[in-house]
Design a protein around this ligand. Structure first.
Ligand SMILES: [Cu+2]
Length: 300
């Protein structure tokens, strides 16, 4: 089976799952790229990345639901426009009506949008509250945005910390992705509720993991909270999503999701490997040197 037919079949299956699909929805889905094993952006991607956390699954369903509402509104408005152009053009309707008010119509076009907004609110507000619900987390990881890399802290696993720098273009190895792979991965266990504390040491950054439904600002002097649970082991890629300076495009997040046993083994090694980093004085100064050369080279 060719890649294209797989794509179209997957799109059809997805549209069928949503039920009541239209030709437009089918076309839009067929253009979407089949998610790869690693959760990363794809060339010509039209749709969201496949959801891999319970929050993102709900967000994706809500997004698809909104598309139906938007599509419906567009069809009605376009229909009214076409109807007015045809029915009330100068040739067919030489004497224009002088009517200025229609109470029934005015009530309808006020009440219907209110009703639509209420329906959207009923589904979106619980999601907003769910994204904020970090109680009873199995573990906590702290994410610190820096110009221009991320630092991660594991307070529940011995409080070790490390930095993750993107792999420069000329050092990319087999299996690594340009602008997305980092020298150290953020390693986390699957199937656990992970509380993520997000802050910054210099300017505004934003910690965004599309497949996990996470996008939260990293604000200096302030801690933001979010959570996710990862459903499958694998690589998940994200990027800084707040314009933070010249290295903004060069501070990706490479998250490696593993089983609990693998995570425990990694923690044991990481605690030794990053022990030296623990002794660094906090707060650490903003570091420019390490990313400067590759950044300026890529910008040029
Ligand atoms: Cu940033």
């Amino acid at each position: 089976m060719t890649m294209n037919s797989i794509k179209i079949l997957t799109a059809a299956a997805r549209a069928a799952r949503l039920g009541g699909f239209t030709a437009f929805a089918l076309l839009a889905s067929a253009l979407a790229t089949v998610p790869a094993a690693a959760q990363q952006p794809e060339p010509w991607q039209m749709d969201l990345q496949a959801p891999h956390s319970s929050l993102m699954a709900q967000l994706t369903a809500f997004h698809d639901f909104l598309l139906y509402i938007i599509f419906g509104i567009n069809i009605i408005v376009l229909g009214l426009l076409v109807f007015a152009v045809i029915r009330f053009n100068e040739k067919r309707h030489p004497t224009p009506s002088k009517r200025t008010h229609n109470t029934t119509l005015e009530v309808v076009w006020s009440v219907v949008p209110i009703f639509i907004l209420m329906v959207i609110g009923v589904f979106s507000l619980p999601l907003l509250f769910a994204s904020d619900d970090t109680v009873d987390a199995d573990m906590t990881v702290k994410v610190i945005g820096r110009q221009w890399y991320w630092s991660f802290e594991y307070p529940d696993q011995g409080d070790f910390t490390f930095d993750a720098f993107r792999v420069p273009d000329d050092q990319i190895k087999e299996g690594q992705l340009r602008l997305l792979s980092t020298d150290e991965n953020l390693v986390l266990p699957v199937g656990k509720k992970i509380r993520v504390l997000v802050t910054s040491s210099d300017v505004l950054h934003s910690f965004a993991m599309p497949a996990l439904g996470t996008k939260v600002d990293a604000v200096p002097g302030r801690t933001n909270e979010i959570w996710f649970n990862i459903d499958k082991p694998g690589m998940y890629y994200g990027q800084c999503s707040e314009l933070c300076g010249s290295g903004h495009a060069f501070m990706p997040v490479a998250l490696k999701a593993v089983t609990q046993a693998e995570f425990d083994a990694w923690v044991a090694k990481a605690r030794e490997k990053f022990a030296a980093a623990d002794e660094e004085p906090a707060p650490r100064p903003v570091r420019f040197a390490r990313n400067d050369a590759p950044v300026s080279a890529s910008v040029r």
